[in-house]
Design a protein around this ligand. Structure first.
Ligand code: HEM
Length: 449
C-alpha cells in the first residue's frame, strides 16, 4: 500500500472494515452510555405521568446554563464601572450576544420553576420515603444552589432592577437581631452593594455554586442508581411488591431523554428569540424605584415581612419551614404509599381542600392585616403584637387544620401530613403571587399592580 492509500484508509476505511468499524463504534458508544445510564430500567418508570420529565428538563437547563454562562464570561466585566456597559455591549455589538443573554436568563428562571415542580412531584408521589430520604436532602441542597445562583446572577447586570432588588433582599437581614447586620455586611462586602459585592457575587455565581452543582448533581443521580432507579408508579389498589417488566435503556430510556432535551432546547431558544431579558437604566444608589421589590422568588418572604415582626418573618417562620422540609422524609409513616400520586383517592380530596382553604385564608389574612391592623397601628412593629400573637394564631390554625382533617377523613398520617404540606406550600405560593402582582407604589395592595 502506498502512502496515499494509507492516508485514504485512515480517513475512509474500506467497505469490509466500514461494517466492522460501525459495529465497533456502536458497541463502544453503547458501553460508554452505560457508564452513565443503567442497562435496563423498570418499564413502568418510563411513564410520563410519573416524572413528567421534570428532573430531565432540569438537567438540560443546567447544561444550557453552564454553556451560555461560559460564553457570557468572555464579554462580562465584574466591576460597577464596566458591568452595565459590558451588558449593553453584549446586547448591541456582539453577534448573537443578546440571544445568548436571553438563553441564560430564561434557562435560569425556567430551572427554578421546573425544580420547584420536580420537588412537588417527588413529594406527591411519595418518592422521599426510605430508602430515598437522603436524596431528598441532596435535592434540597440543589434547590438552594439553584435559588442562590439566580439571586447572585441577578446583581451582575448592575442596573436599577438588580441593584435595588439585591439592596432590598439583603437589607431584610438587618432585622435579624445580633448577627443580621454583620451577616449582611459580610455578604455585601460593605454596608451597601458596591464593587466588593459585585466581585463576591460574581465569584459565588461563576465558581462556587457551579462547583456545588457539579458535586451534588452526580451525587443525586448516584443515589437514584443505588436504590435501583425511580419509584414504581402504581394505582391506590395495586400491590407495592409488583415491579413489572424490565426494559433496555437503549433505546427506550435514552431516546426519550434525547427527545426531551431537543424539545427543551427548542422551547428555550424560541423564548430567547421572542422575549428579551430585562435591562433597566444603570444602577443609581441615590434613586430607589418605587416599589422596590425583591426578585420574584423572594417575594413570598418579602410579603411575610409585611405582616410579621422581622424576627418571625426572617428567622422563626423560614427556620421552622426548613426544619420541617429536612425532617419530612424521616417521619414514621403508617402506610406504604410510595408510587401513588397523592397517597390515595382520599389524599387527593384532602389536598384539594387544603389548597382551597389555604388560598381563602391567606387572602383574607392579608386583607385583614392591611386594612384593619396595619391601618390602625401606631408606632413600629412590636415583637408581641406583630410577632408572637399572629404567629401563634397561624400555628394554631395549622395544628387545628391537621387534627380536624385527619379526624374528618379518618386519614392516615401520610394523608394528613400531605394535607398540611399542601396548606403551607399553597400559602407561600399565594403570598408570592400577591407580592409580585398585587403590590404597587409604596408596596400598597393594588388590583393588577
Ligand atoms: C438542580 C436540581 C435538580 C435536578 C437537576 C434533579 C434531577 C433529577 C432527575 C433527572 C431525577 C430522575 C428523573 C425524575 O425524577 O424526573 C431526579 C429524581 C429525584 N429527585 Fe431530583 N433534581 C433536582 C432537584 C431536586 C429537589 C429539589 C428534590 C427534592 C427536595 C429532588 C429529589 C429527588 C428524588 C427523591 C428523586 C428520586 C425520585 C424517584 O425515585 O422517583 N431533586 N432528580
Amino acid at each position: 500500500m502506498n502512502i496515499l492509500q494509507r492516508i485514504r484508509l485512515s480517513v475512509l476505511p474500506d467497505k469490509q472494515d466500514t461494517e466492522n468499524h460501525k459495529h465497533g463504534q456502536r458497541k463502544n458508544f453503547r458501553s460508554f452510555l452505560l457508564h452513565f445510564r443503567p442497562a435496563s430500567v423498570p418499564e413502568r418508570t418510563l411513564k410520563l405521568s410519573l416524572t413528567w420529565g421534570l428532573g430531565g428538563i432540569a438537567v438540560v437547563l443546567v447544561f444550557l446554563l453552564f454553556g451560555s454562562g461560559l460564553m457570557l464570561k468572555f464579554a462580562y466585566e465584574p466591576s460597577p464601572g464596566k458591568a452595565y456597559e459590558s451588558i449593553v455591549y453584549l446586547n448591541n455589538q456582539v453577534p448573537f450576544g443578546r440571544l445568548l443573554r436571553n438563553i441564560h436568563r430564561w434557562s435560569a428562571n425556567g430551572l427554578l420553576f421546573v425544580v420547584f415542580l420536580h420537588f412537588l412531584r417527588v413529594f406527591y408521589t411519595g418518592a422521599l420515603t426510605a430508602p430515598r430520604q437522603f436524596n431528598w436532602i441532596i435535592g434540597l441542597t440543589l434547590f438552594s444552589a439553584v435559588l442562590l445562583s439566580n439571586f447572585t446572577g441577578y446583581l451582575l447586570p448592575w442596573d436599577q432592577l438588580a441593584y435595588w432588588a439585591i439592596t432590598i433582599s439583603t437589607s431584610m437581614l438587618d432585622y435579624i437581631p445580633g448577627v443580621g447586620s454583620g451577616l449582611k455586611e459580610w455578604i455585601l462586602g460593605g454596608p451597601e452593594p458596591g464593587p466588593k459585592t459585585l466581585i463576591n457575587f460574581y465569584a459565588i455565581h461563576t465558581a462556587a455554586l457551579p462547583l456545588l452543582l457539579l458535586f451534588f448533581l452526580p451525587f443525586h443521580f448516584w443515589r437514584i442508581r443505588k436504590v435501583n432507579g425511580l419509584i414504581i408508579p402504581r394505582s391506590p389498589d395495586e400491590d407495592p411488591s409488583v415491579n413489572g417488566d424490565m426494559i433496555d435503556s437503549m433505546p427506550h430510556l435514552i431516546m426519550r431523554e434525547v427527545s426531551l432535551a431537543v424539545i427543551v432546547i427548542a422551547v428555550v431558544l424560541l423564548a430567547a428569540m421572542f422575549f428579551n431579558a430585562p435591562l433597566a437604566e444603570i444602577a443609581n444608589p441615590g434613586l430607589s424605584p418605587n416599589p422596590t421589590k425583591a426578585p420574584w422568588y423572594f417575594m413570598g418572604i418579602q410579603e411575610i415581612l409585611m405582616h410579621f415582626h422581622p424576627v418571625f418573618a426572617l428567622l422563626v417562620i423560614p427556620g421552622l419551614l426548613l426544619l420541617g422540609l429536612l425532617l419530612i422524609p424521616y417521619i414514621n409513616y403508617e402506610a406504604n404509599t410510595t408510587g401513588i400520586w397523592f397517597c390515595s383517592i382520599k389524599g387527593r380530596k384532602m389536598a384539594l381542600i387544603a389548597v382551597i382553604f389555604s388560598t381563602l385564608a391567606t387572602v383574607t389574612a392579608v386583607l385583614f392585616d392591611e386594612f384593619f391592623i396595619v391601618a390602625n397601628q401606631t408606632g413600629p412593629a412590636n415583637m408581641v403584637s406583630n410577632g408572637l400573637l399572629p404567629f401563634t394564631i397561624v400555628l394554631a390554625i395549622c395544628v387545628g387544620f391537621y387534627m380536624l382533617i385527619k379526624r374528618l377523613f379518618s386519614a392516615t398520617n401520610n394523608e394528613a401530613v400531605q394535607a398540611l404540606f399542601t396548606l403551607l406550600i399553597s400559602a407561600f405560593v399565594v403570598l408570592t403571587i400577591i407580592g409580585v402582582w398585587f403590590r404597587g407604589t409604596g408596596m400598597q395592595l393594588m388590583w393588577g399592580a
